[in-house]
Design a protein around this ligand. Structure first.
Ligand code: NAD
Length: 478
């Protein structure tokens, strides 16, 4: 018997959770359930995180969490509980399988059968945002070596455990050479340890177009948080419906299972929602806790129900479906079919399922770090970059000299184009003289000079070489 935590969430959440629990308990799931409250009511009671402190204790003690979707109230101040839970519990891998159920669920892609493995903790979802000037706000994109190594290793180990053949990496490293570049480089590095797989890398824009056009070309996709968020919804929708896909959030100690869709408030309380997404999440949970027999029984009865044309409104099609049913009737139809297998859809077989090997990250020895200079970000409301250049050129040390100014990444001084549109957010790059490292004292002296001259520095970024290689982007046009 395994104790798990559940939360019924908001909108359609309670209905799809009741349906899901009814099915898995009828199939013989060996679970005991602790229920906690999360979501809208908790937010509106004044708790901006959407979850009470005591609930964390229950989640942490049970380690396995089945969560229905929640509504994040509109307006400032409310933190997304989903993002918080994933990060607080170290759930670094978000696993989203999608396969089409042709010809029983309408799709343009009958052969679609893929899994998106999305990095779950980093990227723009670190949620570090600041307004820096009147005109410019910033969101920090953080990518770490441990983050990349863990998710990419997970993707290969997952592919191995599921008998999949190919792993594809999506990034935008032609533009983001440091952040996405690191993800791609680590994909190549770790990929080399798995020679048995076909490996490929796509730039995410054309990769996304291919995914939407010919999804059957893909098998396992590993990608960064934002791209994975968007593309997994696309993949689920083109497979048939966002209402069909489940997701697992996996970490070293904890795991959370859910549907990929939201709380669909417009459909709430009407017994119409499709519970399949959460049920698929529950199937992944049963596999995770080693109850493969129950997972298989539920999965096959679900496939048989869909094959029999018993469909909720979102996938109901005249000519394909036989009966339009509500949430609870759909659950009852699955229960009636427990023990049966689909006739033409691929039968789920978890008898050979292997636990996925989670390989802990090994910290590396620190590299050689050399300070080369600094970017001073300046708030200035003028428009002529040459005027700013003349003023900022006045500051500097014997070693640190102004080398260029960019505006939104484009070089505007020296020798900028007068046509380049400029905001009030300027990056002034100071480099040390050739061959000499800068010192922190020099950076402080530079800032003091800027202050004395009335230059409004709103942030600085140090320029380092790591192991002899410049580890920062150049200005566009530099
Ligand atoms: P949504 O996924 O809730 O719904 C979009 C539309 O998809 C619905 O109107 C409905 O037509 C359809 N749909 C979704 N799930 C369905 C199902 N099970 N059966 C049938 N049809 C279904 O997206 P949204 O409307 O953008 O978001 C609503 C709320 O959900 C927001 O507050 C959002 O923050 C939240 N949300 C929560 C989660 C989560 O808890 N994991 C994820 C996404 C969105």
């Amino acid at each position: 018997m395994k104790r798990i935590t559940i939360a019924k969430g908001d909108g359609i959440g309670p209905e799809i959770m009741d349906a899901t629990l009814k099915v898995i308990l009828a199939a013989g799931a060996r679970i005991e359930v602790d229920e906690i409250a999360v979501g809208e009511q908790v937010y509106l009671s004044g708790n901006t995180s959407g979850i009470a402190k005591e609930s964390w204790d229950i989640i942490r003690s049970n380690q396995v969490f089945l969560k229905a979707p929640i509504t994040t109230p509109q307006g400032g101040g409310y933190k997304s509980l989903n993002v918080t839970t994933r990060k607080m519990l170290g759930l670094y891998a978000n696993v989203r399988p999608c396969s089409s159920l042709h010809p029983y669920v309408e799709t343009k892609h009958p052969l679609l059968d893929l899994v998106i493995i999305r990095e779950n903790e980093e990227d723009l979802y670190a949620g570090i945002e600041h307004q820096q000037t009147d005109e410019v706000v910033q969101c920090l994109k953080l990518i770490s070596r441990p983050g990349c190594e863990k998710i990419i290793r997970y993707a290969f180990e997952y592919a191995k455990s599921q008998g999949r053949k190919k792993v594809t990496c999506f990034t935008k490293d032609n533009i983001m050479k440091q952040t996405d570049g690191l993800f791609h480089a680590i994909f190549d590095e770790i990929g080399a340890e798995y020679p048995e797989f076909e490996k490929e890398h796509w730039i995410v824009d054309i990769g996304a177009a291919k995914l939407a056009d010919t999804p059957e070309l893909f098998d396992v996709i590993v990608t960064l948080n934002l791209y994975g968020d968007v593309l997994s919804d696309v993949a689920a929708q083109i497979a048939g419906s966002v209402g069909l896909a489940g997701s697992a959030n996996i970490g070293e100690e904890f795991a959370m299972f859910e549907a990929i869709h939201g709380s669909a408030p417009r459909r709430a309380g009407q017994n119409v929602a499709n519970p399949s997404g959460l049920l698929q999440g529950a199937v992944m949970m049963l596999n995770h806790i080693g109850q493969h027999d129950v997972a298989e029984k539920v999965h096959n009865a679900w496939l048989k129900t869909l094959e029999d044309g018993i469909h909720t409104y979102d996938i109901y099609k005249v000519g394909i479906s036989r009966q339009k049913v509500g949430t609870s009737e759909f659950a009852d139809a699955i229960i009636e079919r427990l023990g049966q297998q689909p006739k033409s859809l691929k039968v789920a077989d978890y008898s050979q399922a292997q636990p996925i090997q989670l390989i802990p990250y090994k910290k590396r020895a620190p590299g050689l770090k050399e300070l080369q200079g600094v970017d001073l970000f300046v708030h200035w409301s003028g428009t002529d970059a040459n005027e700013l250049g003349e003023s900022v050129k006045q500051i500097g040390t014997a070693n640190l000299k102004l080398s260029m100014i960019t505006n939104r990444g484009i070089k505007v001084w020296p020798e900028g184009f007068k046509e380049t549109f400029c905001t009030d957010h300027w990056r002034c790059r100071f480099y040390s003289s050739e061959g000499r490292q800068a010192t922190k004292q020099e950076l402080i002296a530079l800032q003091q000079q800027a202050l004395d001259k009335g230059i409004d520095v709103i942030k600085t970024e140090q320029l380092y070489k790591f192991d002899g290689k410049p580890a920062y982007s150049l200005g566009q046009g530099q």
